[in-house]
Structures are given as structure tokens and as C-alpha cells.
Design a protein around this ligand. Structure first.
Ligand SMILES: Cc1cc2nc3c(=O)[nH]c(=O)nc-3n(C[C@H](O)[C@H](O)[C@H](O)COP(=O)(O)OP(=O)(O)OC[C@H]3O[C@@H](n4cnc5c(N)ncnc54)[C@H](O)[C@@H]3O)c2cc1C
Ligand code: SF4
Length: 524
């Protein structure tokens, strides 16, 4: 069965409703642009649909399902649900610093962005004003200040780390999060229940549905096409995307929607997958891939965690101090120090949720004494997670498995990761210095990650000035197809060491403004 949306041609069709798709949809709709958001997953209500406050012992094998009462959503990368990962993120929101946009110029490795911090700063301002980001004004060169709500106070354990780090000449600052520390926008302030990554059931934490799209629904300018997994973007004879083709995630029925402009915002690797699978005689290796760079330059953040027990807190009374998970941050400090690698790392810490005690398995002992030592250590358990910037190399890329298909009949994605020499130098340095910071804070090291672990996904179809070496321009407009844009981690030419979503959203706001301008001029 083919379902066409009443032959309507939208101004803009956006694939994906997460942080990027939701931001772009709201900014466009506010300016009167007619938008259709095609989302692979179902409608999700963060207030009612997640197992936000559930406890492990309520479920077999202590695994808490994300969704309540078998509600659909978050079953695959291609059908997470309205709001995408912004429903479950931890909301840490940094601006990238000026240096992050000039990586190649500064240290001769990787790429520069085609725009500078100054170009993006007004859009960071805009996002902070409209979603509410809490934080402190710290005056740091590499972590520019913004327009903040008051920060959340640090926890006792943060203060111990702050004291330890300062002995080594490093700063620990208040975290910055897209979480309300004061009621605003008709949403309440955070009540520090510590369940942010299980779906905030009061929407104190930003998600793209409550924070961006929902308030704009009354304009009638946003049409939601839910449960629709996009699999192809066919072209017309003028080399323009003529339709967005999708398959219904439950019935398998096919459909399509048309727009003057199409924005692919299905998250980093899925954006790349859609480009790679949308082959045609004009683009036999993937849509908008005349450069051959679609799938290349994959460079996720990597982390090298250390688990520890803070000795001053061992045996102390158990207090309710989960807060909104991490309240503090150790920003990168190494740019002005002697080091043998390009780029840098910074550390997020203390975001462990205390509902499970998996760490206890690695403790020695048996019986009564074992139970006692778990109880004593419970208030002192601490996770320290430095995040490093990966630099690009030809061995790190994304492609499609020619032999395996997912449940929608689409090729499965393969991620190839190689930790190059620079990555490993950062990793070893973050391991060494993390230990030193923890020891200076009076910690007993429990476990250390032996190798880097990938995290936030970056790269795969990067922006740049040269169409021979990049896939899009700084607006995410593909060099090859003028009405095709893509937003998300895939277009970042360098990821910094900082959590990237605030930057994805600022780029999305900038692209929305560019599109409003194009549409006004009748260029689309
Ligand atoms: C537990 C957790 C904690 C995190 N914490 C942080 C943090 O503290 N700070 C930070 O910066 N980042 C964090 N992140 C990452 C952050 O959530 C993502 O960077 C951000 O959501 C990416 O936005 P996006 O719009 O590109 O993709 P998403 O938010 O993932 O949205 C993509 C949407 O596209 C849909 N989609 C995918 N494929 C298709 C298709 N073929 N057809 C139709 N729809 C499709 C998906 O269903 C999804 O809804 C965290 C992520 C998780 C999971
Ligand atoms: S700690 Fe705050 S932001 Fe996190 S889930 Fe609870 S109320 Fe929401």
C-alpha cells in the first residue's frame, strides 16, 4: 500500500525529531514555514511513558525497561520516538571554544571548521535563551560563557574532587545543563530525583518535543508523520530530492512526503546510512557522494573511565545526593601545558545513578563482611569519565552491511573504529591524570577502563569549503544536491572534547535561519 500525504508539497520536510530535527522544526515553524517532521518512532510522552522512577528489583534480572507497560519506542536507532535521544540525554550543554573550530590551523591534525566560534555564538545565545541552560560564568577561554540560569550546587563528592584537582593546578567548575533550575517556559524546575537518563517525567530537562516542537504545534505549521522509517530520497531530473520515502514501522506500508527542501536529521550514523543506501545512476556510491567522503571521517568521542571510592565518604551515612546526576566538570586544561598530542580532553564525573550496585561484584569477600563492605562503600562510589577528541583517519568509517538487513528491510550499519596514535596518546594521558586527580582527592581506585570506549558520534559526512573533500557546506547543505541538507553529528569536521549536542542545536538554528532566508527569496 502506498500512502501519499494528500499531494501536499511542504516547504521543508525534516527526517528525525531529535535535538536537531526538533530545533530546526520549531525555528522554521515560528517563522511561518510549513514543515513536515517524518519520525521513525511513535509519539512519546516523557511525563508518562518512561519507567522514570522504577527500581531494579521490580523487574526480572533487575533490568529496567526504558518504556513503561510495553509502550512502543526506542526499539531501534531508526525508530526511537518523538524527541529522539533528547528524551534520554543527560543534558550537559557546552559551547565549543574558538580553538575547537581551528584544530588543523592550531595543531596540524584533522580539519578546521568552515566557520568560526564568532559565527556560531549568536545561535548558542538563541538556544540558551529558549531552552534554559543552567551554569556559572567561569571566564574560561576554551569553554565560553553563555546566558545561564543559576547553577545547581556542587555535591560533597564534587567538592572533594575540586580540592584534589586544585592541588594539581586544575579547575573544577559547575556543570552546564539544559535543565531548568528555576521554573520557566511553563515547565517546572528540576527536583533532583536523579533519573534524567531514564526520561524526565516533569520535563524540567530539555527534550525537543516539550522544549521546542510542542509549543509551536498551535501555529499549525508542524505536521508530524510518525512511525515512518525513511529509506530513500529519490531525485528528479533536475538533481533535486523529489520525495522522502518511508515504510510504516508496524504495518510495513510504504508512503512518501514531498518538500521543497529536505533536511536529514536522523542522528549522525543514521544520516550517513540513509545517504549511503539512497543510490542512483547519478550517485552510484550514495546520495551526495561525488566526493567519496560519505561514511568517512568517523570520529566519535572516546572515554576512559575510572571507578573509585572516595575514602573520606566510606562508612558515612547514606544521603540522597544523586541530584541531577553530574553537578561539576573538569574542563580541558592542557592547551597551555607541554603535551605530545593534538587536541585535548575534559572530564565529566559523578553521574552514576545509585539504583544499581554492579560495582560490588568486583569487591572481594563473602557473607556478612562482604555485605558490610558494600554498605560502607555505597556513599563513596564514584565514576570519573574523561572524554577525548578523536581525530580522523582512513581506518575509522561507517558503511552498510551488504548481507544483513534490519527489521525494516534496510541494510544494517557497520561502524569501524581505529584508535590512532594521537587518540592513544590522549587516552593514556587521560588515564594517568585522572588517577592523579582522584588520588589527590583521597580516592581508592576500583577499576580502570583498559581501552578507549566510543561515545557521542561525530563525523561521517563532514562540512567543509571544498566539495572534493567534504560533503556539505557550513549549513549542512550538501554540495551535490541543492535542496538536500543534513544536521547532526555527521557534519561536524571536528568534535572537540566537549559534549556536542548544544553545538548541533546551534548549527541547526543557524541552518533554519538560512532556510527562512532562502525560502523568502524564492530560492528553494
Ligand atoms: C543516555 C544518553 C545521554 C546523553 N547525554 C548527553 C549529554 O549530556 N550531552 C550531550 O551533548 N549529548 C548527550 N547525549 C547525546 C545526545 O542525545 C545526542 O547527541 C542528540 O540527541 C543527537 O541529536 P540528533 O537530532 O542528531 O539525533 P536524535 O536525538 O537521536 O534524533 C534522531 C531521530 O531520528 C529518528 N530516525 C532515525 N532514523 C530514522 C529513519 N530512517 N527514518 C525516520 N526517522 C529516523 C530517530 O527515531 C530519532 O528520533 C546523550 C545520549 C544518550 C542516549
Ligand atoms: S533530576 Fe531533574 S532533570 Fe533529572 S529527571 Fe529528576 S527532575 Fe528531571
Amino acid at each position: 500500500m502506498i500512502c501519499k500525504m494528500a499531494n501536499e508539497v511542504f516547504d521543508v520536510v525534516i527526517v528525525g525529531s531529535g535535538a536537531c530535527g526538533g530545533t530546526a522544526a520549531a525555528h522554521l515553524a515560528r517563522a511561518g514555514v510549513n514543515v513536515c517532521v517524518v519520525e521513525g518512532g511513535p509519539k512519546i510522552e516523557t511525563r508518562t511513558d518512561f519507567n522514570t522512577h522504577a527500581m531494579p528489583f521490580e523487574f526480572p534480572n533487575r533490568g529496567i525497561p526504558k518504556m513503561r507497560n510495553n509502550k512502543p519506542g526506542f526499539d531501534t536507532e531508526r525508530s526511537r520516538g518523538l524527541g529522539g535521544k533528547s528524551m534520554l540525554w543527560n543534558a550537559v550543554a557546552w559551547r565549543f571554544g574558538p580553538r575547537d573550530f581551528e584544530g588543523y590551523t592550531r595543531d596540524g591534525v584533522g580539519y578546521d571548521w568552515p566557520i568560526s566560534y564568532k559565527d556560531l555564538a549568536p545561535y548558542y545565545d538563541r538556544i540558551e535563551r529558549e531552552v534554559g541552560v543552567c551554569g556559572n560564568l567561569d571566564g574560561l577561554e576554551d569553554l565560553p560563557d553563555g546566558i545561564f540560569l543559576p547553577p545547581a550546587p556542587m555535591k560533597c563528592s564534587d567538592l572533594l574532587i575540586q580540592r584534589g584537582a586544585s592541588k594539581l593546578g586544575m579547575k573544577v567548575i559547575h556543570v552546564r545543563k539544559s535543565t531548568l533550575t528555576r521554573p520557566k517556559f511553563g515547565r517546572p524546575a528540576c527536583h533532583y530525583c536523579g533519573n534524567c537518563m531514564a526520561g524526565c517525567d516533569v520535563a524540567a530537562k530539555y527534550n525537543s518535543w516539550d522544549g521546542h516542537m510542542r509549543p509551536l504545534m498551535k501555529t499549525g505549521k508542524i505536521t508530524l508523520q510518525l512511525d515512518s522509517v525513511v529509506y530513500d530520497l529519490p531525485l528528479n531530473d533536475e538533481n533535486r530530492v523529489k520525495a522522502v520515502k518511508f515504510v510504516n514501522r508496524t504495518t510495513g506500508a510504504q508512503g512518501e512526503v514531498r518538500g521543497k527542501i529536505v533536511i536529514l536529521a536522523a542522528a549522525c550514523v543514521q544520516n550517513v546510512a540513509i545517504l549511503l543506501q539512497a543510490k542512483s545512476s547519478r550517485y552510484p556510491t550514495g546520495l551526495a557522494n561525488s566526493s567519496g567522503r560519505v561514511g568517512k571521517d568517523f570520529m566519535p568521542h572516546f572515554t576512559g573511565g575510572v571507578e573509585a571510592f572516595l575514602k573520606p565518604l566510606i562508612g558515612k551515612p547514606i544521603t540522597n545526593d544523586e541530584g541531577f546526576l553530574d553537578h561539576a566538570y573538569l574542563p580541558s586544561f592542557m592547551h597551555n601545558r607541554k603535551r605530545d598530542y593534538a587536541r585535548s580532553w575534559g572530564a565529566q564525573f559523578n553521574y552514576q545513578n545509585r539504583r544499581s550496585v554492579g560495582w560490588a561484584r568486583a569487591l572481594p569477600g563473602m557473607g556478612e563482611a562482604y555485605k558490610k563492605s558494600i554498605k560502607e562503600r555505597y556513599p563513596s562510589y564514584f565514576v570519573f569519565s574523561p572524554y577525548g577528541e578523536k581525530t580522523p583517519d582512513e581506518k575509522s568509517y561507517v558503511d552498510l552491511d551488504p548481507n544483513k538487513k534490519d527489521k525494516f528491510g534496510l541494510p544494517e550499519v557497520r561502524r569501524y573504529l581505529y584508535w590512532n596514535e594521537n587518540d592513544m596518546k590522549i587516552f593514556r594521558d587521560m588515564q594517568r591524570q585522572s588517577r592523579e586527580i582522584l588520588e589527590a582527592a583521597g580516592a581508592e581506585i576500583h577499576q580502570v577502563y583498559e581501552e578507549p570506549r566510543p561515545n557521542h558520534e561525530i563525523g561521517g559526512s563532514i562540512m567543509g569549503k571544498d566539495p572534493r573533500t567534504s560533503v556539505t557546506n557550513s549549513f549542512g547543505q550538501t554540495h551535490d544536491v541543492s535542496n538536500l541538507y543534513t544536521l547532526g553529528g555527521n557534519i561536524l569536521p571536528a568534535g572537540s572534547e566537549k559534549n556536542p549536542t548544544h553545538t548541533f542545536m546551534a548549527v541547526s538554528a543557524r541552518t533554519a535561519e538560512h532556510l527562512i532566508d532562502r525560502l523568502k527569496k524564492g530560492e528553494a
